[in-house]
Design a protein around this ligand. Structure first.
Ligand code: FMN
Length: 197
């Protein structure tokens, strides 16, 4: 039996009345039911990081001291995980500014970990996800191929329900999610072993 890998589900939008809670709780439920992961929700609302303002690039930080207490704790939280599922909205064909800020604040803690995405919007968040993959490479992460682009029907069916939405409403997205979790499990395991060598 392989070790359970720690996966953080990062909820990447923070605006009042956001939709992001619903896919976040759905995929968290799938991760927890899977048996291969210990999954936790990381809600960017709980991380009041200022807009990045440091004189030094986080690439140069080797001691986890980023010049801001929240950022230091953010680094410790990210460091403790083996991989990430980012829940991403699409704002003007990109991803949210609050998410970019959270990604930029730290560096080493992201390195050599797999990342994947659950995107939503008119095109399943596909433009936001593609952009995030580019950013992930620069953070020395391993963005995996499989992601979930929430089908428009699912997005519409769950839009007006209270969070957490009934997981049954996400059933059309489950096959894609299962493939994504298989790939995430493989990469999280392989890279955890490699990091320990
Ligand atoms: C500033 C802004 C820009 C948006 N731009 C897009 C877009 O480019 N593509 C898209 O599919 N949806 C777009 N939308 C609609 C969002 O997909 C929708 O509001 C979604 O619920 C946002 O995620 P959130 O509720 O978690 O913040 C935009 C919404 C906002 C607030």
């Amino acid at each position: 039996m392989t070790t359970r890998r720690k996966i953080l589900v990062i909820l990447g939008s923070t605006r009042e009345g956001r939709y992001g809670d619903k896919p976040a709780h759905w995929i968290l439920g799938m991760l927890r039911a899977d048996g291969r992961f210990d999954a936790e929700l990381v809600d960017l609302r709980d991380w009041p990081l200022p807009m990045f303002d440091q004189p030094r690039s986080p690439v140069k930080v080797t001691d986890g001291k980023y010049g801001n207490d929240v950022a230091d704790r953010w680094g410790q939280t990210i460091a403790a995980a083996d991989g990430y599922v980012i829940i991403t909205a699409e704002y003007n064909h990109g991803y949210t500014a609050v998410l970019k800020n959270a990604l930029d604040w730290i560096f080493r803690e992201w390195n050599r970990k797999p990342v994947t995405f659950v995107g939503y919007g008119n095109a399943g968040g596909s433009r936001a996800i593609e952009q995030l993959r580019e950013v992930a490479v620069e953070l020395e992460m391993a963005p995996i191929r499989r992601a979930v682009h929430l089908p428009l029907d699912v997005y519409r069916a769950t839009m007006t329900t209270q969070a957490p939405a009934d997981p049954a409403l996400f059933a059309p997205a489950e096959p894609a999610a299962k493939l994504m979790l298989d790939e995430l499990a493989w990469w999280a395991n392989a890279l955890a072993v490699a990091r320990a060598m």
